[in-house]
Design a protein around this ligand. Structure first.
Ligand code: ATP
Ligand code: MG
Length: 277
């Protein structure tokens, strides 16, 4: 007979960030299973408490903030300029991204009133800045933002309602260098995040059409390039590349965590450690 964890046991082990192999364990009897559960739970609680002490006594900053800082350092060193733009954006700027009432992303938008919403992405603001910077700086224009984005998601282990996006863009590069550049940018971000063995996969996005995704078991980032049909709306004609990553997903994969919630803005976890231990 092969007995696995009860649903409640399994859920608790997941909350405590048990490994996949721990979650797949099988037993000969219920008694053996329940004894193993006590043991595993105890070990995970001890480990969680140790991680919290390490946070208080050594690290003192959540991994999310540390990763953000590491990315800022790596990108500015490579000639990218950081920008900080509003989290409240207009309905008009969403419409310019083709996200109007009939669009799949539209229903995921948090509206503040009939004209303003919380940004579901960074791209509209970056497009707006491009237009002015094209006048003020010579090409290529290299800017990035790291900031919170908001989407109504039906809860899952990969989706947060508020998450931290990095969007990295380069405008005005030679058209024949776009692919290679995207690969370089993906590699820079993944190296900084401490993740190797990722894949680049061609998929299709509801906003950008065909996109090159960065994948390691799950989607970590999505890239796009122009000239692109949306460019007209913003008065952009130069070739560009852009790539967006969710920082919580990067941490989840690097730390081997079971759910993205533990890495994000939450009162249930502290730096990946469940607090009800
Ligand atoms: P998915 O298909 O997984 O829902 P997406 O293609 O809608 O993601 P993009 O618009 O491409 O996401 O956003 C770029 C990146 O932002 C994603 O690759 C992912 O890492 C991250 N991301 C997007 N939505 C969320 C979310 N709700 N919670 C956490 N991270 C997210
Ligand atoms: Mg995507």
């Amino acid at each position: 007979m092969s007995i696995s964890w009860t649903a409640i046991q399994k859920q608790r082990l997941q909350e405590l960030n048990s490994s996949e192999s721990q979650q797949e364990m099988c037993f000969e009897s219920h008694q053996e299973r329940d004894r193993a559960y006590q043991e595993q739970e105890h070990l995970l609680v001890v480990k969680g408490k140790q991680k919290l002490l390490e946070l208080r006594d050594i690290k003192r900053r959540p991994s999310l903030c540390v990763l953000e800082q590491q990315l800022v350092e790596a990108l500015t060193q490579k000639g990218f300029t950081q920008v900080v733009t509003p989290t409240i954006i207009s309905k008009g700027s969403l419409a310019k991204m083709s996200i109007a009432d009939d669009h799949p992303l539209f229903s995921q938008v948090f509206w503040l009133d009939s004209k303003r919403c919380l940004r579901p992405m960074l791209a509209p603001n970056l497009y707006t800045l491009w237009k002015d910077l094209l006048r003020l700086w010579e090409k290529p224009i290299r800017i990035f933002e790291i900031g919170t984005c908001y989407r109504k998601e039906s809860k899952g282990s990969l989706h947060l309602n508020e998450f931290t996006m990095l969007n990295l863009t380069e405008l005005g590069l030679p058209e024949d260098q776009r692919h290679q550049r995207l690969e370089e940018l993906a590699s820079l971000v993944m190296e900084t995040a401490g993740i190797d063995n990722y894949q680049l996969e061609l998929t299709s996005s509801v906003v950008y059409g065909d996109t090159l995704d960065v994948v390691k078991g799950i989607e970590l980032g999505s890239s796009a390039m122009g000239p692109h049909p949306l460019d007209d709306q913003w008065g952009i004609i130069d070739p560009w590349v852009g790539i967006g990553f969710g920082l919580e997903r990067l941490l989840m994969i690097r730390e081997g965590s079971q759910n993205v919630q533990s890495m994000g803005r939450t009162l249930t976890y502290l730096n990946g450690v469940r607090l009800n231990i």
